[in-house]
Write a protein that binds this ligand. Structure first.
Ligand code: SAM
Length: 241
């Protein structure tokens, strides 16, 4: 159990990093009706919150290490949750999001660009872009540094850096607009949000509390619906009397 947790980072921060991903996604507008792909989903650090939250069949995960996903299922969510929420997994090791044959509303690559070579980063962006519709949101982290990782393979068991200019420039090359999100991360990674050039989304920003306003709008809508329901119920009762 713990080795599957340790596979994705320090075990002491496992829960905080779960929460960090879930919070940022719901802050960005993730709702249960959305379809999400978790690129490099590991032992379901995010999946343990996302799979129960999303509607059945809406969570997809890619992870080359099959045993890590299996251990994650066993220790984090259990077989009943898999039966109930029917997540889809692939063990592809080349970021082949297209194999799922669908577009995604949300794409997540947490803790991935802290290991990828430039070639892998490009491949991932290429595949992500192909699976996005105009209003999709691609949330990804990287470790911001003053130098770009120059290796040509996945950096195993260590974190590598890219400059923000490189990440934003690569996104741009793939037709995506990259924005840095002022969102805390437990181990100092930087959150970015990539959207298509045609995106009509206005991303919430932590400093203008737009997300809070959206939630309040949702609350008001539910209040209105509840009021209508009550009125309907009251009207029926009065009719009976
Ligand atoms: C730092 S962990 C992050 C895992 C997960 N996103 C999370 O936040 O818990 C990196 C993960 O990427 C996986 N990985 C390695 N090579 C990969 C590849 N080519 N494509 C996708 N994931 C890969 C690793 O096995 C590992 O589970």
């Amino acid at each position: 159990v713990s080795s599957a947790r340790a596979h994705v980072g320090p075990e002491s921060r496992y829960d905080t990093v779960s929460a960090n991903q879930f919070n940022v996604l719901t802050f960005l507008g993730l709702r249960e009706r959305h379809y999400l792909v978790d690129i490099g989903c590991g032992s379901l650090r995010a999946g343990r919150l996302l799979i129960p939250y999303l509607l059945p069949g809406h969570y997809y995960g890619i992870e080359p290490e099959k045993w890590v996903v299996e251990a994650g299922i066993k220790s984090e969510i259990g077989d009943d949750m898999v039966r109930l929420r029917t997540p889809t997994f692939s063990n592809d090791d080349n970021f082949t999001v297209s194999e799922f044959g669908r577009k995604f509303d949300f794409l997540l690559a947490h803790g991935i660009f802290i290991h990828t070579s430039k070639k892998q980063l490009r491949r991932c962006l290429d595949e992500a872009e192909g699976a996005m519709h105009d209003d999709s949101v691609f949330a990804a982290t990287f470790l911001e540094g003053v130098e770009d990782y120059a290796g040509d393979a996945w950096a195993k068991d260590r974190m590598i850096t890219y400059t923000y200019a490189t990440v934003a420039g690569e996104a741009e090359e793939h037709g995506l607009r990259c924005q840095k999100l002022a969102w805390w991360h437990p181990s100092g990674q930087t959150w970015t949000v990539m959207t298509t050039k045609n995106s009509r989304l206005e991303l919430p920003r932590p400093d203008d509390f737009q997300a809070v306003r959206l939630m309040m709008q949702e609350r008001d809508e539910y209040k209105r619906r509840l009021e209508n329901l009550r009125k309907g119920w009251l009207a029926r009762m009065l009719e009976k009397i």
